[in-house]
Design a protein around this ligand. Structure first.
Ligand code: ADP
Ligand code: MG
Length: 337
């Protein structure tokens, strides 16, 4: 007998969970991505105790039929990829088919979904299916994640205070709201509404909600283009700056990303206008053919590889330098309260 043993599905899901769902913020990120992929127009995120007690996410997207509602919790089960070539041409936020089984392996999950024809409820406790049955629920999907890491004390120990965990969630939800101004987001913590966007497509309005009216008023529209890339979004005038890099947001085809070289291109363009050790506030949307970007670098999907990175760095630098030099006029922000 050899010494190698094939891990059972529950154990491999728990291992995958280590990378995808390190903390409540990662769960919220994965679940909101699923709502976006389901073409939701409104996403409501209810958090209790920083997500340690519960995370509920309700969308009005396309929902699932009863078969898919249970299949969704199986490892590598996805509606977003079919064959190898799809991996080089990803148009959805998800594609790994890992988030739901990973989350369900370390928590108590309740899902209710309605695809317009039928409604299904699925309950899973720490990787074990408790029930799957018909139910009544509005069109879309509701997923509730409770008692995270209760059966994995080593992971539970690494969670910080509810306030800290919630601050990470709030940050990631704001990033989604900035990349998807056409979706209405509602975030609440322990029953209190903390953040709400209308989903009317106005990025300026979302900027104003997050950074305040004064800062948003200084927004300069970006408009850059070469043969492969297009840039839009807004950058703030240099006098509205920050002490950290975290306010320089970059999105590729609607996906929030972390990339040192692209961030550096932004900072280099700002350098003549900013004091040392200060960083800009910017929301930079990069649009490109999906085949130019490889998202399959890490399970959390924050990192990407670009096939023509230098070219994009140059375009970012030029677009921002020009915008800062010309200080383009921006349309007045309309506020409807
Ligand atoms: P992935 O998003 O990589 O496909 P997930 O584990 O996150 O993997 O989800 C598995 C599948 O469940 C998705 O491919 C999708 O078909 C379905 N699904 C998950 N969440 C939703 C949702 N909110 N609305 C509709 N379908 C969903
Ligand atoms: Mg997903």
């Amino acid at each position: 007998m050899g010494k190698i043993n094939r891990l059972d599905e529950h154990l491999s899901n728990m291992i995958a969970a280590g990378e995808v769902v390190e903390r409540p913020m990662g769960i919220v990120k994965e679940l909101v991505e699923n709502c976006i992929d389901a073409h939701a127009t409104n996403i409501e995120i209810q958090i209790s105790q920083g997500g340690i007690e519960s995370i509920s996410i309700i969308d009005d997207g396309e929902g699932m039929d009863s078969g898919d509602a249970t299949l969704a919790f199986e490892r590598h089960a996805t509606s977003k990829l079919k064959e190898v070539n799809d991996l080089w041409n990803i148009h959805t936020m998800g594609f790994r088919g890992e988030a739901l089984p990973s989350i369900a392996s370390v928590s108590h999950v309740l899902l209710r979904t309605n695809n317009g024809n039928e409604s299904t409820e699925v309950e899973i406790k720490y990787g074990t299916l408790v029930c799957a049955k018909p139910c009544a629920t509005p069109k879309g999907t509701m997923i509730e994640v409770r008692n995270l890491f209760q059966k994995t004390p080593a992971r539970f120990k690494h969670l910080k205070s509810p306030q800290y965990e919630f601050s990470l969630i709030s940050d990631v939800v704001q990033k989604f709201a900035l990349s998807h101004p056409d979706i209405g987001f509602l975030l609440s913590h322990d029953g209190r509404t903390v953040f709400k966007t209308r989903g009317n497509g106005s990025l300026l309005e979302v900027l104003m909600q997050i950074y305040g009216r004064e800062t948003a008023k200084s927004a300069i529209a970006l408009d850059g283009k070469d043969n492969d890339y297009m840039i839009d979004g807004y950058i703030m005038q240099p006098q509205y700056n920050r002490a950290t890099k975290y306010y320089m947001l970059l999105y590729i085809n609607g996906r929030m990303i972390r990339n040192y070289h692209l961030q550096k291109a932004v900072m280099d363009a700002y350098a003549p206008f900013l004091p040392k050790d200060r960083y800009p506030i910017a929301v930079i949307n990069l649009h490109m053919d999906a085949q130019l970007v490889d998202v399959n670098v890490h399970p959390s999907k924050w990192e990407i590889r670009l096939s023509k990175e230098k070219q994009l760095e140059k375009l970012i630098y030029q677009t921002i330098s020009e915008a800062l030099t010309n200080r383009l006029e921006v349309p007045k922000i309309k506020i409807n309260k």
